[in-house]
Write a protein that binds this ligand. Sequence first.
Ligand SMILES: Cc1ncc(COP(=O)(O)O)c(C=O)c1O
Length: 357
Amino acid sequence: MPRPTLARVDLAALRYNYRLACQRTGSGQAMAVVKADGYGHGLAAVATALRDDAPCFAVACLEEALTIRQAGLTQPVVLLEGVHAPADLAVCAAQGFEPVLHHGQQVQWAMASRERPLVWLKLNTGMNRLGFPPAELPALMSQLTPAGFRVRGLMTHFACADDLESGFTVTQTRVFETAAAEFPELLLSAANSAAHFRPGQPLFDWSRPGIMLYGATPMLDATGMELGLKPVMSLESELISVRTLEPGMSVGYGARWVADKPTLMGVVAIGYGDGYPRHAGTGTPAAVKGIRVRLIGRVSMDMLAVDLSPVPDARPGDSVELWGSQVSVDEVADAAGTIGYELLTGVTPRVPRQYSE
Ligand SMILES: Cc1ncc(COP(=O)(O)O)c(C=O)c1O
């Protein structure tokens, strides 16, 4: 018998979330962001599930784009970090990949190359991570266009779109629109998932939804479910031990949690070696047989403990949901002081992914 720990991936929910992104994008289109192994869900499976819906995919790097081709998909794939070596440009041209040019070195590589893939230009409108200053756009265009490059569009990335209180996205949008005004022939792409949930936010020609496709929240103040998203991954395991702790008995490494009354305690076959966050402390929610319980003590590599007081008839072999439709990944992330993105992308290869429609 294999260990009962697995990540169920609901591909119908993925498509539902993608269609929601498309509805919000209005007259524009949505490139499905499937980097980091489809945010931990399995890149080939996720892209294949979206093959009839998504007209374009976005990934971080060439290896990820090649995985999409190896899955037999023919859509354009945008490389959000662009290429990492000049030779990659030939692969892009041959495979229909569209690298983002975000740095002068990449422009030099492109100009020195015989290859002419479609490219995107990234503008730094305030994120200050990647991209050219908007003032450099005219010079870049007059360098690339006569050299035979077709610039498909302009891209930027928002730093604070998750925070409805922040005006920074409005500022970045204005900077982006002003820079783009001189080049009306170029397509525009700025919107990450969070931008889809900002009232009045323009989403331009191509939005770039990532985390929302997987049902987790991109926002600071709402869960994915509250935003109308469906959870895609359900991280599950089973109880492998059930016992009663007497008052004064502790649980696990560091003896951090001590029973103050007789407490039914269960051990679940999942731990940080599976990507479950070690920082999830006592009180983090889970669900046993559909009933919400709380973690107690420290998470170990292969196991964690739960307080089974709400499930007095619990037995070894009972199902446990660590996150999914009963306990949202957003809640667990909150309890662990992180974000759903990190939890979903952090599920390790040890955990088999089981796909359903
Ligand atoms: C450039 C770029 N666009 C879009 C996305 C998708 O963002 P999100 O997952 O918040 O929708 C990312 C994710 O990090 C990104 O780096």
